[in-house]
Design a protein around this ligand. Structure first.
Ligand SMILES: Nc1ncnc2c1ncn2[C@@H]1O[C@H](COP(=O)(O)OP(=O)(O)O)[C@@H](O)[C@H]1O
Ligand SMILES: [Mg+2]
Length: 363
């Protein structure tokens, strides 16, 4: 098939005077694009890379791909991850991964947490701040964790994100408002291990984006493949990172990633994490692939809390969590990338369409 690889390359991103150095940290490197491209070619596909910016619409109409492998994070606006899928739907071009509603929802951490909480899935209790002087909800107890509402790749996350009193809370909120033009998310700080679960596959449709009733509970994960969880080995990092998966660890130290994969977990813990990952995948309406980030509360018997779901997980072959998990499962990088593509091909029934087209040619 002719696959258009759609991504936002860090080196193509717009820039302006005074732009913060971490502004495009969630965009992709040439190394990643090259690796995905080679993997798709090894899968027997013809690949054309297209930058996911304002040039994309015209380029898609010229290139006319059979399907797109979409990993665009977008540049501007709180729907930035959903913009390319919206364009592809308008053009009626099939693409990998989640659709508009899911990508717009999950970029917004507080909105996602409201949906999780509505469905009874465990996520740390929280409050959003849009002003420095808003009173703290009396139900929230220090220590708390402060982060931007709509960023990724550890942006705005450092050891100072953990705040122990009101003075620290206000100074961290001030920092967030100075750097990010969006509300700040303040959560209960979950002290404990950090585990992430990769999921490849699709639920049996139609999916009502809810937790199924008791008698149909097996539906919650049918069709999904869970990769072995990865635990970030916090003990291997400088003490200054305070046991947090910070921007510095994710970006500056990315090439010296310390992890345990598969994470040392009991069978029971593994089952619970997979169940929660499936529930999150299901209620946020993910397709083909996602990664769910958890913290295990050391002060409550390692009870898992969902921090976020990433429907566009990093695909760097050397250090991205999902790729490491796939390797621990015996999948090569090519299998992972083509596995994601095949999920989309199957959803759109492209093989069947092609087969029918070929058969009609021979008729
Ligand atoms: N409530 C919390 N308690 C403890 N640590 C947290 C909490 N929220 C975030 N963190 C830490 O910050 C990191 C980044 O947060 P996350 O919400 O996953 O954002 P990102 O999109 O940057 O990955 C987490 O991996 C974790 O180490
Ligand atoms: Mg995360």
């Amino acid at each position: 098939m002719h696959v258009a690889l759609l991504a936002n390359l860090k080196k193509n991103a717009p820039t302006w005077p005074g732009i913060s150095p971490d502004h495009w940290d969630d965009l992709d490197s040439e190394e990643t694009i090259q690796a995905i491209s080679s993997a798709l070619q090894a899968g027997g596909h013809r690949v054309t890379f297209l930058e996911g910016d304002v040039t994309l619409f015209d380029n898609l109409r010229k290139v006319k791909p059979d399907i797109c492998f979409n990993i665009c994070e977008g540049h501007f606006g709180d729907g930035r991850e959903a913009q390319v899928p919206a364009m592809l739907e308008m053009l009626r071009i099939p693409y990998t991964g989640s659709q508009v509603l899911t990508l717009a929802l999950t970029l917004d951490k507080p909105m996602t947490k409201r949906v999780l909480a509505y469905h009874g899935l465990p996520t740390p209790s929280f409050q959003t701040f849009e002003r420095l002087d808003e009173p703290l909800d009396p139900d929230l107890r220090f220590p708390l964790f402060v982060k931007p509402s709509r960023e990724g790749t550890g942006m705005g996350v450092s050891a100072e994100s953990i705040v122990y009193d009101d003075v620290q809370l206000r100074s961290q909120l001030r920092r967030m408002f100075e750097h990010y033009d969006e509300p700040a998310l303040v959560e209960r700080f979950i002290e404990g291990r950090e585990v992430t679960v990769g999921v490849v596959g699709n639920l049996i449709s139609p999916v009502a984006r809810r937790i199924p009733e008791d008698e149909e509970a097996p539906r919650i994960s049918r069709g999904l493949h869970f990769l072995p969880p990865l635990e970030v080995d916090m003990g291997a990092y400088p003490i200054e990172e305070a046991g947090v998966y910070t921007s510095r660890i994710k970006v500056e130290m990315a090439h010296e990633f310390h992890y345990l994969c598969p994470a040392p977990l009991s069978e029971e813990q593994l089952e619970e994490l997979n169940w929660l990952a499936a529930g999150t995948f299901r209620i946020t309406g993910c397709l083909d692939v996602a990664r769910v980030d958890f913290r295990l509360d050391a002060n409550d018997g390692d009870k898992p809390y969902i921090l976020e779901i990433n429907p566009l997980p990093g695909l760097n072959p050397h250090y991205s969590d999902l790729c490491i998990e796939a390797a621990a499962d015996g999948w090569g990088y090519e299998e992972l990338v083509n596995g994601i593509l095949d999920e989309a091909i199957e959803r759109y029934q492209l093989n069947d369409v092609n087969r029918q087209a070929i058969m009609s040619l021979h008729a």
